[in-house]
Design a protein around this ligand. Structure first.
Ligand code: SF4
Length: 338
């Protein structure tokens, strides 16, 4: 079904580099992605694939001195935020996009009570609210006991800290929540509780979510659409049911085998062989070619075009195994997102 809601977030062909002592690192190499109002979208990839860099770029959180968006654009609710200065970001962060991170301790103030941290967020982003009452509502919303408003972050468990950070983020009244590996540091039971809470919050608040993870199982339970990113480029995207039903890109297939703990002909657990590419080098062809079991001669020559697959015009892939669709690149990316 085509999406009828407008995009809250849109990235068009974003290229982002980091300047390091060893040279230029090309962290995003033409990444495109859309999240519509109210929908839950997963962004999946291995460590170093560019998924966290992409999330941070959306909120201007990559280091200003060493990172640079070379090309492309980022739109939040239609506003072009690609070239905002840090001063402009200070005013823009939190609403309409807020973010929670893998390690809440790094983002909660260790010497400030949880209730005060939530109150500061309300005072800054929703000053019309009655602060004390709103702190109570948010603590209840994330299912923490009200007594924890007086606690310091170090007095909470990992799951409670993640709930507290969620309350700080929700105080900004976001229309899109970016959750960067929000359950990676948690045990399996707490992971399930936080995912259930995120689902619950989305339903109650009508909020969109961009869930960043290396775990396909989490995407299956929480997202309507997903993007698979590798070497700073989206290689497959579509409705979760289509991609999970028939993964098309060899990299996505490898991720599925690894996630399901499938075994190869020798009985060994399936893994994706080799290492992610060195983003300091300029890659000409498909970035997955050195690790791809289906690589052909042409794969090393040029980056594959996007192809929309036959299963409903909502599933697309960048791989030479599939005939390129006769559309402009952007049009195909928009089609695959519909
Ligand atoms: Fe493999 Fe070639 Fe497809 Fe890249 S383009 S994933 S190397 S088959």
């Amino acid at each position: 079904m085509p999406q009828t809601k407008p995009p809250i977030l849109q990235l068009d062909d974003v290229r982002l580099t980091f300047r390091t002592r060893a040279g230029t690192v090309r962290a995003l190499n033409g990444a495109s992605l859309t999240v519509h109002e109210g929908e839950a979208v997963g962004l999946v990839g291995e460590s170093g694939s560019g998924k966290s860099t992409l999330a941070r770029a959306v909120l201007g959180l990559n280091p200003e001195r060493s990172s640079r968006i070379e090309a492309g654009r980022i739109l939040i609710a239609g506003r072009d935020v690609t070239r905002l200065s840090q001063a402009e970001w200070e005013a823009a962060r939190g609403h309409p996009v807020a973010m929670v991170f893998q390690d809440p301790l790094s983002f909660l103030n260790p010497i400030m009570r949880i209730g005060r941290q939530i109150a500061e967020s309300i005072e800054r982003h929703a000053p019309d609210r009655r602060v004390e009452q709103r702190v109570g509502e948010l603590i209840e919303l994330v299912k923490l006991p009200s007594s924890l408003a007086r606690a310091y972050p170090h007095e909470l468990s990992g799951g409670m800290r993640q709930r507290a950070l969620l309350a700080v983020a929700l105080a900004c009244e976001p229309r899109l929540l970016i959750a960067d590996e929000p359950t990676t540091a948690l045990d399996v039971t707490t992971q399930a509780e936080i995912l259930a809470l995120l689902r619950d919050l989305r339903e109650k608040l009508g909020m969109a979510m961009l869930l960043i993870t290396h775990d396909l199982g989490i995407v299956a339970s929480a997202c309507e659409r997903l993007y698979v990113i590798y070497a700073g480029r989206v290689l497959e995207w579509g409705r979760a049911q289509d991609v999970f039903g028939a993964p098309a890109h060899p990299y996505t297939v490898g991720l599925f085998h690894a996630a399901r703990a499938d075994r190869d002909a020798q009985g060994r657990f399936a893994t994706i062989g080799g290492e992610p590419p060195d983003l300091g080098e300029t890659a000409q062809g498909c970035p997955f070619a050195p690790r791809c079991p289906k690589a052909m001669a042409e794969c090393a020559r040029a980056m594959p075009h996007a192809s929309v697959l036959a299963d409903g015009e909502t599933h697309a892939v960048r791989c030479w195994l599939y005939p390129p669709t006769r559309e402009s690149e952007t049009a195909v990316e928009r089609l695959g997102e519909a």
